[in-house]
Ligand binder design. Structure first.
Ligand code: BV8
Ligand code: ZN
Length: 238
């Protein structure tokens, strides 16, 4: 019943916004943040993905990101990423995809109407002159420096305690308030401001559908929960 229901909501929707988290990339082999396999040695993302950690030990933080880049470099978009890129192609004017993931797999799948609100692991920003550059080198020379000014580069990623880009926040707000359907896929709904996006959409009168392996902090808020793997369920929604 609920899958059929979800399919008809998608078909009938005037404007669709999607919010994805680490769960959509789990099926591509990218570890989630709060999954059992953890993320790296015995560190937690909250310990390393902060400006303080980088100021204290840039080498350790770069070691972690370089390890994640090497892991992600061998991963491909899965049927869930591809299905969302197809959905965008069918309705480019009334579709927006917001992802919390920094792995770049939505872009690799062909998504273009996309906000990568936590940044992208393949981009770097100079702590000296602010230049943002694309860098696909794996493995990385630990402590990469800026070609323009020699300054220390950092991942162009939003760390805990750092604000999201104004432009991204504005675009997300528009996509959340103007849609009549929000699809939340593979996120535990624990990290703000993304964790508040479902209520923004609901305030705007949207119907909210959640796809996850289990119930989450948002489940009490959503209109319909589909339990299962994103790679299996998302393609069935088209
Ligand atoms: C901000 C980049 C304003 C890093 C990430 C104290 C001081 C300062 C701020 C705070 C504070 N306390 C709280 C905050 C706010 C903080 C926050 O929310 N903290 C949390 C921990 C409580 N937020 C921030 O700091 C944000 N900025 O608030 O700015 C500000 C500024 C200054 C001072 C105050 C406020 C910035 C947040 C961005 C952090 N950066 N990523 C990197 O990746 O290296 S967040 C990082 O974790 C990921 O990007 C991702 O967003 C998040 C993980 O969440 P999920 O994607 O949901 O992944 P998770 O593993 O949790 O869940 C996976 C889900 O998938 C599960 O539900 C699972 O069941 C499901 N699943 C698994 N497999 C599948 C599946 N589902 C379907 N199919 C499958 N196969
Ligand atoms: Zn520089």
């Amino acid at each position: 019943m609920s899958l059929q229901e979800a399919r008809s909501h998608i078909a009938a929707a005037r404007a669709i916004t999607i919010l994805t988290g680490a769960g959509i990339s789990a099926d591509s082999g990218v570890p989630t943040f709060r999954g059992t396999e953890g993320l790296w040695r015995n560190y937690r993302a909250e310990d390393l993905a902060t400006p303080e950690a980088f100021a204290r030990d840039p080498r350790l933080v770069w070691e972690w990101y370089s390890w994640r880049r090497e892991l992600i470099a061998t991963k491909q978009p899965n049927p869930a990423h591809l299905a969302l890129a197809e959905l965008e192609r069918r309705r480019p004017e009334t579709f927006w995809l917001i992802t919390q993931n920094v792995d770049g797999l939505h872009r690799a799948a062909g998504s273009q109407c996309l906000s990568e609100i936590h940044g992208n692991i393949w981009k770097m920003r100079c702590t000296g002159c602010g230049l943002v550059s694309d860098n696909r080198e794996v493995p990385l020379p630990i402590l990469p420096t800026c070609l323009q000014c020699g300054g220390l580069l950092r991942p162009h990623i939003v760390w805990f305690g750092e604000s999201l880009l104004e432009e991204d926040l504005r675009r997300c707000d528009e996509a959340l308030r103007s849609c009549d359907l929000l699809l939340v896929i593979g996120t535990s709904g624990m990290v703000y401001p993304a964790a508040g996006f479902a209520s923004v959409a609901k305030e705007g009168g949207a119907l909210v559908i959640e796809i996850n392996l289990e119930s989450t902090q948002q489940s009490n808020l959503v209109d319909l929960s589909l339990q299962g793997r994103a790679k299996d369920l998302v393609p069935l929604l088209l």
